[in-house]
Design a binder for this molecule. Structure first.
Ligand code: DGL
Length: 266
């Protein structure tokens, strides 16, 4: 394992949803140098095939690992993790932490026994999610709904825009209008973008449900795996983005609160 004190932790997502994981990581490891990588040329992953997501994630992470020698990589994206975590672990030597839908804590929280899960279309159809449901939500009811519009809404909000409120209403109704959906008291935000718009979602759900996401659990796992390592941030943390056509100024305004002061394009 690379334990050079300036070796970064690399967080990866299709876009900026992984910032919700970064925010939790800052609480646990404020000194850790971080590189945040966003595959903006590939977003949204949730609308792609499994093969496309796996190829993009593995290819990009391979290039980034070679160039920046991270001590650990966090796939801060439920879609990429539920599809490609095993494969990326097989091809890279760097320790990899994935993002798993928080079904286990949701099952412990629910009083009614009915849990809602919002994710991307690709995430909610994964066997990975079926397995989590069988293992941790046995005897409970898990209702899944794909809400791809929330990804773009979160990206818009991060850049200072105001997403259409109808997007949140549609996401809430998608769950609540399912058979038995009126009993949902706990909602798993199974896409790292969604906590960025949690307030809007809470209003759309009529403030009647509790939300749970994986960010704190992932941050704790990273802290555990890097226990005893020293951290020395020698330069400002920065973001790497793929693709052109982004408005850097709007983006930087959204990134600065997360301690990212510069953007590099690859
Ligand atoms: N942030 C991502 C996730 O956790 C992916 C969103 C997307 O690209 O569709 O699923």
């Amino acid at each position: 394992m690379n334990q050079n004190p300036s070796s970064p932790i690399l967080l990866f997502d299709s876009g900026f949803g992984g910032l919700t994981v970064l925010a939790a990581l800052r609480e646990h490891l404020p000194q850790a140098p971080v590189i945040y990588a966003a595959d903006l040329a590939g977003i949204p992953y949730g609308e792609k095939t499994e093969a496309e997501v796996a190829a993009r994630a593995a290819g990009l992470l391979g290039r980034l690992a070679e160039r920046f020698h991270p001590r650990l990589i966090c796939i801060a994206c439920n879609t990429a993790s539920t599809i490609a975590l095993g494969m990326v672990r097989d091809v890279l030597e760097t320790p990899i932490v994935g993002t798993v839908p928080a079904i286990k804590p949701a099952a412990a929280m629910t009083q009614t026994g009915t849990i809602g899960l919002l994710g991307t279309a690709a995430t909610i159809r994964q066997a990975y999610v079926d397995n989590l449901e069988a293992e941790f939500a046995n005897g409970k009811r898990l209702l899944r709904h794909a809400a791809p519009e929330l990804v773009a809404a979160a990206e818009t909000k991060l850049r200072g825009g105001t997403p259409d409120p109808a997007i949140f209403t549609r996401a809430a109704q998608g769950l609540l209008h399912k058979e038995g959906g009126d009993r949902i008291d706990t909602v798993v935000l199974a896409c790292t973008h969604f906590p960025l718009v949690q307030q809007e979602l809470a209003e759309a759900f009529g403030n009647k449900v509790r939300f749970i996401d994986g960010a704190q659990g992932i941050a704790r796992r990273i802290a555990y795996l890097t226990q005893g390592q020293s951290f020395d941030r020698r330069e400002d943390d920065f973001a790497i983005v793929t693709g052109d056509g982004q408005n850097n100024a709007a983006l930087l305004g959204g990134l600065e609160p997360f301690g990212i002061g510069r953007i590099l394009r690859i």
